[in-house]
Write a protein that binds this ligand. Structure first.
Ligand code: FO1
Length: 324
């Protein structure tokens, strides 16, 4: 079975671990978000790609969900001693090695997809990890700022998320998306998949940014495979992170049913909502033309995560059988 999943950072990576437990024989391609990427201290940092790579490669800091396990911060301490900021985003020593390799290869002319493949070789990744695009696409968030001309300004997603802890947002902009192309292999992985999954990643700044790459949404919507998503919203709030703030910015209510309708029946064939908190959303989602099932959706243990992935694959199989 060929599975293609679009994934953001921590939530996506943890879900993928459950997916590999549910379908150990599957050929899995992950299309990763690059909207969180940024350059700092001259280093190109790809937080979502690295979170997937470290999680599936066994090098993740489990408590944090991002960054390396057993990390040290010698470089960060030296930078601080020099008075070099920013003080709100810390790079660990082991993690810096990843960014050094990436930056060096990008500087030598390799595209991000080739760099990501090279980095993943070291981790013997059990999936093929593709950036959604080789071009630079960065998410910027428009926020209120009384001191700025017009009372608003745009900040890079990392500054919005990590430094400012997601204040109310007015708009989300994928800078560079309109001129980007899907990275090599992405459209093929979508077209040739037996199942396409949207993990419980942020629907706006993770999966939404991936779908903004020209041609990608159309490819997913037109794929022969069933497209099944898992709600990142449980009981009216995000399971992790601050998705509520960015949903509000794009005018979407913070509910499992509203996120399904935001993706829309043109894209999604199936949707999973949480059985305890959102069973009453099933009828609304089905009325919007999307098959919906209520199952436990909290990734509280490896077994719970495996069962979530299995439920997504079961719904996909049901939809494929119905379409045949
Ligand atoms: N998140 C933080 O809250 N503080 C940090 O200092 C920080 C550093 C960092 C370094 C590398 C990396 O790959 C991720 C890092 N993150 C940090 C997490 C990350 O930026 C965000 O949680 C995601 O981008 C949101 O998906």
């Amino acid at each position: 079975m060929r599975i293609t999943a679009l994934a953001g950072g921590v939530g996506g990576a943890r879900f993928l671990r459950g997916l590999l437990a549910a379908a150990p024989e599957a050929e899995v391609t992950v299309v990763g978000n690059v909207g969180d990427d940024m350059t700092m201290h001259g280093l190109r940092i790809c937080p979502d790609l690295d979170t997937v790579m470290y999680t599936l490669g066994g090098g993740i800091h489990e408590g944090q969900g991002w960054g390396r396990d057993g990390e040290t911060f010698g470089v960060a301490e030296e930078l601080k001693a020099y008075g070099v900021g920013p003080d709100w985003f810390t790079l660990g020593d082991k993690d810096i090695a990843t960014h050094l390799v990436r930056t060096q290869m990008l500087g030598a002319g390799y595209p991000l997809s080739a760099v990501t493949e090279a980095l993943c070789t070291r981790w013997e990744l059990p999936v093929r990890l593709l950036p959604s695009t080789d071009e630079r696409v960065e998410t910027h968030v428009v926020i209120d700022d009384a001191d700025a001309p017009g009372g608003r300004r745009a900040v890079h997603f990392q500054e919005y998320w990590v430094r400012m802890h997601a204040p109310d947002a007015r708009a989300i902009v994928s800078v560079g998306a309109e001129n980007a192309k899907p990275a090599p292999g992405v459209l093929e992985a979508v077209a040739e998949a037996d199942v396409i999954l949207l993990p419980p990643s942020n629907p706006v700044v993770s999966i939404g940014t991936i779908l903004q790459i020209p041609g990608l949404r159309q490819a997913v919507a037109g794929a022969a495979a069933p497209v099944v998503g898992l709600s990142p919203i449980v009981g009216g709030g995000p399971v992790r992170g601050m998705a509520d703030k960015v949903l509000a910015a794009v005018g979407v209510e913070v509910s499992a049913a509203a996120v399904a309708q935001h993706y829309g029946a043109g894209l999604l064939d199936g949707w999973l909502v949480d059985a305890d908190a959102d069973a009453d959303a099933v009828a609304e989602v089905e009325a919007a033309g999307i098959a919906c099932r209520a199952v436990p959706l909290l990734m509280s243990s490896p077994e719970a995560t495996r069962a979530m992935a299995q439920a997504a694959l079961d719904l996909a199989a049901e939809l494929a059988a119905r379409a045949a």
